[in-house]
Design a protein around this ligand. Structure first.
Ligand SMILES: [Fe+2]
Length: 253
């Protein structure tokens, strides 16, 4: 199969060759880490079902070499994740899911922003009392709001999903709560969403629209391009306590 050029979507000279990324001239050659079946087992709806050895591939610190210093100085990191299309039993391929650590000295948590570079994504966000779902397509940007654990689904039967994110590199991810309860509050299957009965209370699904929002540096242009051009616009990723009002607005449709 011919490699797919994702330069226009990402703002970087990258091709998708099968399930692997090919980095063009001048790029940092990030090495992918694969999320294995063994690791995923505790969060699957159907742990006994047939599944591939590897579920998805995480490329951290993707950038043009010339931008690396500027990105680091801005307290940011740009990553790409590739999720091939398959199901395990009736459940779509997905990421493990995690919560971000709190921002020291505040009452909030580190957020994150995702952008779809190829394929289609569902982002599932849960914080105990609310459950939000983004239905995102190529070019869409989705904010993982502070305090929400998040899971990315590839709901497509055929298309590989490629997503990019900006994050503050200094936080830690907590996989424990989702691992302990066998996945998120809802599973997404070929027959729709199915409640995870290991949770005592499961909030109803609420659809949230991906949006461009200039106050957060999110335009129709790739987040890489915006972030490198004006990294100050993405300071909300490491200083979310100053943007709580913007996040509240963002949640309203
Ligand atoms: Fe995250």
């Amino acid at each position: 199969m011919k490699a797919i050029d994702i330069r226009r979507q990402s703002g970087l000279p990258i091709k998708l060759d099968g399930h692997k990324l090919v980095f063009g001239q001048g790029m940092n050659k990030a090495v992918p880490e694969a999320r294995t079946r063994n690791r995923m087992m505790p969060v699957l709806k159907n742990p006994g079902a047939h599944a591939p050895d590897e579920f998805y591939y995480m490329y951290r610190d993707v950038c043009m070499k010339k931008d690396a210093k500027k990105i680091r100085a801005a307290k940011l990191r740009y990553d790409i994740t590739v999720l091939p299309p398959f199901t395990v039993g009736d459940e779509f391929n997905k990421t493990f899911g995690h919560f971000h650590s709190p921002v020291p000295g505040t009452k909030t948590w580190y957020p994150e922003v995702y952008e779809v570079l190829h394929g289609r994504a569902h982002y599932l966000l849960q914080n105990g009392s609310e459950f939000l779902v983004f239905d995102a397509r190529k070019g869409d940007k989705c904010v993982m709001l502070p305090g929400f654990g998040h899971i990315t689904i590839n709901p497509s039967p055929n298309d590989t999903l490629v997503i990019a994110n900006w994050v503050f590199p200094g936080f830690s991810s907590d996989y424990g709560p989702i691992e302990k309860l066998g996945g998120g509050q809802w599973y997404e299957t070929v027959n729709g969403f199915v409640e995870n009965r290991k949770y005592l209370v499961v909030p109803a699904l609420k659809l949230i629209t991906p949006k461009t929002i200039s106050g957060l540096g999110l335009t129709r242009r790739p987040i890489y391009t915006e972030g490198v051009k004006n990294p100050k616009k993405f300071e909300w990723l490491w200083r979310p306590q100053d943007y709580l009002g913007v996040f509240e607005e963002y949640k309203k449709d």
